[in-house]
Ligand binder design. Structure first.
Ligand code: C2E
Ligand code: CA
Ligand code: CA
Length: 654
């Protein structure tokens, strides 16, 4: 609109200016060619009366002359005024004799200026009649012979610019039309563009929300079964307890562990194990009410929160139902299997209030069910309290133990079966509690694993074992190998390879004097990953062994794909070796296996000379057990090795 306004102003201005030029030229021609013959009459006209003036002959002369001058020029009216403002002549005869002295335009012209103005007239009178709705430009032009000469008269010229104005309006409207069209087009383009970007932004937003939702889902759900995971459990239980407190409900927490799941997993493979877990999870879910919540805590462990159980017996019914559905036959790899579960239950408010405490109670009750032979359920009872309290106490104390460096290592010698020399040691973790004294690993390793503390503590073990071994070498002892136990949690942590690399680098121990003991169970979970991780560890130059071999039911075909250096036969096969022919057969088979794979064989838990002799006969390359030495402190080990070497030297000399 502003643009339209400026256009209008500019167009009008140039139109008026054009008319001014025309009027100026006309006046110049008039002054040059005709004024001399009219000047006398004009200057004396004031002495005549109006009627005399209108009817005088001179008027007709002027009229004739002007008509000649104006021929072919688009002029409506011409008025000739004397310097006093008297209209001496006008093409509109009616005006002759009028006085225009007061007219500001006239006065300006009288002072030598050329004035042109545009005005709209509803009715405009000419000598040929009236014209309607006209846009007239009127120019007052002073008449003088030379530019600097005095003004002798004034000519007022009216030109009709109506057609020009209307053409201008049409042009303006057309321009505005085009402009509007252009603007609409731009607007439309902008609209399309913004709509598109809006859509893109919206899509991006949706995608982001979807990603976030997916990540949230991953964080709180078990990827295998799709049910809630351990991370969600505490939150849900606390929420359920809060609700129960408000409304006076009872909440039951159920802990469920499959019996002998490992057997199926190991013998049928990981995929079948996964399939079994998914199917079982779904069966449990189907046996529950809508409001009950199922969690997979990891491995073959599940928990269920039952809200608003009127009496504990109601929870017992649910447990029965779950045991029944789990017990239905399952087809895996074309074969039919039946499995069972052990269920433990704890009830709020009877057994405890906090989520953590309740789940510990349920877990303890589940162990009771396992002790009863599995395939049954058990409620938590106050007699079990001690175990739960202990577990909780240990958990709290372990956190402090890490901060207070209450851990230390003992070393159990590994002796060469042939030479009876100490050729290695196994580093075993010890915890010295300020009040309880030395706590055995069986009481705290699993808790370290559950809490994740095993990762930093395990890293400390690796570094400390490397440091100690390097220190022995620096003392001048014959180099021996130190082996370190790895828990599955450590094996799964991304930092393991780096932890080992750093420990070697920082202590300066040659990697060939470090061995990692892995358990079979740690290798059956996600075998491909395990193999690549083992190769990465081997790449550092260290040795790998499989600990407690024979207890894990691992598929022997995997064994040849593992880059391992030796097998450690589990103590359980050694203990009764002399009397139990089955154990002897197993040891013999393991020995043949190690032999065919070309790897070493260590017997663990050798307690007497007879076992040692038998094991040597079966081809064991190394021995470890109380018969040689209990796990001892680093200083004692130096003493022991020196003593053995001395006695070996004495024996040789003798
Ligand atoms: P393991 O790896 O099988 O270690 C051997 C265990 O058998 C040690 O028990 C050792 O004292 C015991 N032992 C050795 N010779 C004999 C024997 O002749 N007779 C009998 N009855 N026992 C013998 P310990 O030190 O109580 O360790 C128990 C378990 O704790 C270890 O079993 C290992 O699985 C775990 N552990 C110990 N230290 C660590 C560690 O630093 N990290 C991890 N992840 N686990 C560890
Ligand atoms: Ca071990
Ligand atoms: Ca072992």
């Amino acid at each position: 609109m502003m643009l339209g306004y400026f256009y209008h102003l500019f167009a009008e201005e140039s139109l008026i200016d054009g008319q001014r030029q025309v009027s100026l030229m006309l006046t110049k021609s008039y002054a040059n060619s005709m004024w001399a013959s009219h000047a006398g009459f004009v200057q004396s006209a004031a002495s005549l009366k109006r009627e005399e003036l209108q009817s005088s002959d001179e008027i007709r002369h002027i009229h004739r002359d002007l008509r000649m001058l104006l021929r072919g020029v688009n002029i409506l009216n011409v008025t000739l005024l004397d310097v006093s403002g008297l209209v001496v002549y006008s093409t509109n005869a009616e005006q002759i004799g009028d006085l225009q002295f007061a007219d500001s335009h006239f006065r300006s012209a009288r002072n030598g200026k050329v004035i042109s103005t545009l005005a709209y007239h509803d009715v405009y009178k000419t000598n040929r009649g009236e014209l309607q709705e006209r846009h007239i430009v009127t120019s007052y032009v002073p008449i003088r012979i030379l530019d600097a000469a005095p003004v002798e008269g004034i000519i007022a010229i009216d030109s009709d610019t109506t057609h020009l104005i209307s053409a201008m309006y049409t042009q303006q409207i057309r321009s505005i039309g085009w402009l509007i069209l252009l603007m609409s087009l731009i607007y439309m383009l902008m609209w399309v563009f913004t709509k598109r970007s809006d859509r893109l932004i919206h899509e991006q937003q949706l995608q982001r929300e979807k990603d976030l939702e997916h990540m949230r889902h991953l964080a709180y759900h078990d990827p295998l079964t799709g049910f809630l995971n351990r991370a969600s459990f505490t939150e849900h239980t606390e929420e359920a307890v809060r609700r129960a407190k408000r409304v006076g409900w009872t909440v039951a927490v159920m802990f469920l562990d499959l019996d002998r799941f490992k057997l199926i997993n190991d013998s049928l493979g990981h995929d079948a194990g996964d399939q079994l877990l998914c199917l079982t999870a779904q069966r449990i879910r189907d046996a529950l009410r809508e409001s009950d919540i199922l969690f997979r805590m990891g491995g073959d462990e599940f928990t269920v929160i039952l809200e608003d159980v009127k009496i504990p017996e109601q929870a017992a019914d649910v447990a029965q139902r779950i045991l029944a559905v789990i017990g239905k036959p399952i087809e895996l790899k074309g074969e039919e299997f039946t499995i069972s579960a052990s269920v433990g239950m704890a009830v709020y408010p009877r057994d405890g209030e906090s989520a953590n405490y309740l789940v510990k109670c349920a877990d303890t009750a589940m162990y009771r069910a396992k002790e009863l032979g599995g395939s049954c359920f058990s409620f938590f009872s106050p007699e079990m309290n001690e175990r739960v309290e202990n577990q909780l106490k240990i958990e709290t104390a372990l956190h402090r133990a890490v901060a207070n460096s209450e851990f230390f290592l003992q070393y159990q010698p590994r002796v060469c079966a042939r030479t009876q020399q100490v050729i290695g040691v196994e580093a075993l973790l010890r915890w010295k509690h300020p009040e309880w004294g030395i706590v055995p690993p069986s009481r705290f390793i699993s808790q370290l694993e559950e809490s994740g503390l095993i990762v930093p503590v395990g890293a400390w073990v690796i570094k400390e074992a490397c440091r100690q071994n390097k220190a022995w070498q620096d003392m001048g002892l014959l180099p021996i190998c130190v082996s370190v136990n790895l828990s599955s949690r450590q094996f799964r942590s991304e930092s393991l390879v780096n932890t080992v690399r750093m420990a070697l680098a920082e202590t300066g121990l040659d990697p060939s004097y470090l061995e990692m003991e892995l358990t079979e169970s740690l290798l059956v979970d996600n075998t491909e990953n395990a193999i690549s991780l083992m190769h990465a560890l081997k790449g550092l130059g260290i040795a790998l062994s499989i600990d407690d071999f024979g207890t894990g039911y691992s598929s022997l075909s995997y064994l040849k794909r593992f880059p391992i250096d030796c097998l450690k036969i589990d103590r359980s096969f050694v203990t009764d070796l002399a009397n139990n022919t089955k154990d002897a057969a197993i040891v013999e088979a393991i020995s043949a296996l190690a032999h065919s794979l070309g790897i070493g064989l260590v017997a663990e838990g050798v307690e007497d000379a007879n076992q040692a002799r038998l094991l040597q006969g079966y081809g064991c390359t190394e021995m470890q057990g109380y018969f040689y030495s209990r796990p001892i402190d680093a200083d004692h080990l130096v003493e022991m090795i020196t003593r053995i070497s001395a006695s070996a030297i004495t024996a040789k000399v003798a």
